[in-house]
Ligand binder design. Structure first.
Ligand code: SAH
Ligand code: SF4
Ligand code: F3S
Length: 435
């Protein structure tokens, strides 16, 4: 009999991708959205900020009743909290049967096997073997039109605030052939848009014909895949925005005019203390080159406010940089002290100061986001339809700029790419009509 698997995913897109792969690798299980009927619960966790990590324990606490009712229920913790805290998780929450890190989840079926008779299983190794090779081949199930595909994993940059180099490990790039095979398989299963993933995706340097390939080379190869309509990639580091990649934004037909390029702060003093190894000016230069290559490119960013020793003046420099760039969308966070990172040892900024700065920064970014959206009214865009809307006959999709669009009385089907005239803009989405 097929058993039921309930997966809850926290954190970044790579965790979404990993959750899919874990579900596929567990033979004999099918996914359920109803935790009450689960035979196995898997939390795929994120360690990036304290709040994210703490959520895991409150969620686990909720499963006490279920486990009491169903002693055979297996509870697993995967992802970056698993990697960072390891066996400590089972000490803090004895309900947990297994803990598996991001580099060893291809071993999940064996680990699960080991938990029979109530034993605990833990694997936070960085194995020699290629997990992508070892993962069970996927059943040929249909997929939604937009999918993620990990091409690079890990980080060697060691920004002073960040846990990722410790939880995901050293940078690795998957070989070109493996990625192209996976992309073609996704297309066969209905995928039209692929977002290439990596913690430092633009540092990609995978083995291909003739030696190591850059991300731009990989994108050009994907551009040749029949049936694939759109290519995106995330997340990039400003220092790895090479000329061939910038140029591809102007010349590669399937590469979308959208780029997530985190800067974190606008003060060179803070950037230096963050160990970002770029300046505000070098970042702005990259943005300028990108806009030369592709004038309508929509820029997205990440910001941290209240990094240790950030003064009012430093913060104003961040606001200034934002005004200069004009972001289409952005993600911003209060600095969160992470154990084991260098910034944790520095003098901290008071919580109320962080909150006040975040509020001001977000107000500016919201304004810019709205302006970038409003600008599209009256223009025609291409929309990839991803799902039915809330109302009868309504469909929802995304433009090349990643704006969500609602279209009423829409005869487009899921997975179809159509030309749409944008007629209005509201807080978080656009409305349009088929042309
Ligand atoms: N290069 C990475 C970044 C991962 S973390 C990637 O591939 O996505 C995503 C964002 O979280 C970072 O860009 C940063 O803005 C934020 N972040 C990371 N560590 C943080 C911390 N300690 N406190 C607050 N925000 C943090
Ligand atoms: Fe973290 Fe910096 Fe690496 Fe991004 S580049 S994952 S922020 S250490
Ligand atoms: Fe979180 Fe790990 Fe992604 S810490 S942001 S899940 S790489």
């Amino acid at each position: 009999m097929t058993k039921k698997l309930f997966i809850k995913t926290y954190g970044c897109q790579m965790n979404v991708y990993d959750s899919e792969r874990m579900a596929e690798t567990l033979e004999g299980y099918e996914q359920t959205q109803d935790v009450a009927e689960a035979d196995m619960i898997l939390l795929n966790t994120c360690h990036i900020r304290e709040k994210a990590a703490e959520k895991v324990y409150s969620e686990l606490g909720r499963y006490k009743g279920l486990k009491a009712e169903k002693p055979d229920l297996k509870i697993g913790v995967a992802g970056c909290v698993a990697q960072a805290e390891g066996a400590e998780i089972m000490r803090r929450q004895p309900l947990v049967d297994l803990v598996v890190g991001p580099q060893s989840y291809h071993r999940l079926p064996d680990l699960l096997e080991r938990t029979h008779n109530g034993a605990k299983a833990l694997d936070t190794d960085y194995p020699e073997e290629d997990k992508f090779e070892k993962l069970k081949s996927r059943p040929k199930a249909r997929r939604a039109p937009a999918a993620f595909l990990t091409v690079q994993e890990g980080c060697d940059k060691f920004c002073a605030f960040c846990v990722v180099p410790y939880t995901r490990g050293a940078e690795i790039s998957r070989p070109v052939g493996q990625i192209l095979d996976e992309a073609k398989d996704l297309v066969e299963r209905g995928v039209r848009e692929i977002t290439l993933l990596g913690q430092n995706v633009n540092a990609y340097h995978g083995k291909g014909a003739g030696g190591d390939w850059s991300l731009a080379q990989l994108i050009w190869a994907l551009n040749e895949v029949d049936g694939l309509e759109r290519i995106r990639f995330t997340t990039s580091h400003p220092n790895d925005m090479t000329d061939d990649l910038i140029e591809a934004h102007g010349t590669c037909p399937k590469l979308m005019p959208y780029l997530h390029l985190p800067v974190q702060a606008g003060s060179d003093k803070i950037l230096k203390r963050m160990n970002r190894s770029h300046t505000a000016e070098s970042y702005l230069k990259v943005i300028e080159q990108l806009r030369q290559a592709r004038p309508d490119i929509l820029i997205s960013g990440d910001f941290i406010v209240g990094f240790p020793e950030e003064t009012d003046e430093d913060f104003e420099a961040t606001m200034e940089l934002i005004r200069e760039v004009r972001y289409g969308t952005a993600y911003s966070f209060k600095y969160s002290t992470r154990p084991g990172t260098p910034a944790a040892e520095r003098p901290q900024v008071a919580e109320d100061v962080k909150s006040e700065r975040l509020q001001r920064l977000q107000a500016l970014l919201t304004e810019q986001q709205r302006a970038a959206q409003d600008e599209k009214v009256g223009q025609t865009c291409h929309v990839l339809f991803e799902r039915k809307g809330r109302f009868d006959g309504q469909m929802v999709g995304k433009t090349e700029y990643l704006h969500a669009v609602h279209v009423d009385d829409c005869d487009a089907t899921v997975g179809e790419l159509r030309t749409v005239e944008i007629v209005s803009s509201s807080t978080n989405s656009l409305s349009g009509r088929l042309v």
